[in-house]
Design a protein around this ligand. Sequence first.
Ligand code: AMP
Length: 283
Amino acid sequence: MKIISSIAEMSALAEAWRSQGWRIGLVPTMGYLHQGHLSLVAEARAGNDYVVVSIFVNPTQFGPNEDFLRYPRDLDKDSDLCREAGVDVIFTPPAAEMYPEDFDIYVAPDELAGQLCGRSRPGHFRGVCTVVLKFFHIVRPHNAYFGQKDAQQCIILERMVKDLNLMDLTLHRLPTIREADGLALSSRNVYLSPAERQQAVVLRQALLTAERLFAAGEHDSAALLEAMRQELTKADLARVDYLEIVDTARLQPLQQISGEALVALAVYFGKTRLIDNTLLREK
Ligand code: AMP
């Protein structure tokens, strides 16, 4: 396995692979890898000749009061995990090379960035689209892998591929990997105190409540949201950022669910913001 930090070197290698007809899979991450990331890597390994994992804590997707500086980093451990998982290249460019001083052009979603996480994280999805598009240009993947845990990110990136006509590239959306008690794996879970960690299961429990009521025939969003809110009040350390039921194309709030809906929530425990979601589908 190679660790490449130069954009020119990564790009030349990707070009060489492409010219020989090899297929490239890319897993973009911010590092501090866990089983959620590794599930994407396994899928990439199975479906491509070469697998690149990018590890880059992207400054442009963090707001001024967010956790960019204290975001956990451990390249040595990440390298071991990637080597064991059969990754060919870790691409970890320096921020100064990704964003030179005169950097000026960003790619930004419009309507989709104003919903859900976009409301409390203005500029976040502009940063995400910009960095992911840069990685697509540098690594030239045929396949790229993302987690349903970040549902809005998946929806926005799928739209970016469609709206900007990125040809010869397939995005794969893979299920959320969870701890035994249901908490979605996240690099940010290390921020939680033991008490917060214990209470963090309410995110999943609220989503399961919605799934159960929906399966029993409740299709009214207000009723589902109220039941979820009740569940969340069991955690006295939790502060709800948002709790919404939206359509899966435009992310607009739904009053009644017919077809498919995304139930998404973000909850603060102290300064730590956790997100989770589930899809409801009519049988
Ligand atoms: P991050 O390093 O948090 O930016 O995540 C990199 C990729 O891993 C994104 O596509 C995430 O959606 C995905 N991911 C993060 N956590 C999980 C999880 N628990 N299960 C599946 N995918 C995940």
